[in-house]
Ligand binder design. Structure first.
Ligand SMILES: [Mg+2]
Length: 132
């Protein structure tokens, strides 16, 4: 049984992106447990019961989108301070601006550089275990 020090929740509806993330974590972030959700609704449930140290959020999702999910996370006491970074194919200036006002800790556009991604995740995890 592996021992994980921290956990990250990835909310992503694209199967290939999820698989890619699985490999990135295995290779570059082996001590971090990757939790997975394919919809925002499922992601909110996992976030509330597992309290991950970081959430990586896709914006374009079926049903509730990433912005709305972010608002829900912020409005709930226990999840309100979990850092959330967005990864999205939406790369217009207005998208990045909206992400900033929504309060995302970081915003990466797809396709992202693995090196930049890994560095960003490590930075956001330096706060240590999340406590609500
Ligand atoms: Mg998507």
């Amino acid at each position: 049984m592996e021992e994980y020090q921290q956990s990250v929740l990835y909310v992503e509806d694209n199967e290939l992106n999820m698989e890619l993330m699985h490999h990135i974590f295995k290779k570059h972030l082996p001590s971090v447990l990757l939790l997975k959700a394919e919809t925002a609704e499922h992601g909110l449930e996992i976030a509330a019961c597992q309290l991950p140290d970081l959430i990586i959020m896709d914006i374009g999702l079926p049903g509730m989108n990433g912005y709305e999910a972010m608002e829900r996370l912020r409005s709930k006491e226990s999840t309100s301070r979990i850092p959330v970074m967005a990864i999205s194919a939406f790369a217009r200036h207005s998208d990045i601006e909206q992400a900033r006002t929504t309060g995302f800790a970081a915003y990466l556009t797809k396709p992202f550089q693995v090196k930049v991604f890994t560095r960003t995740v490590k930075e956001l995890l330096t706060e240590g275990p999340y406590t609500p």
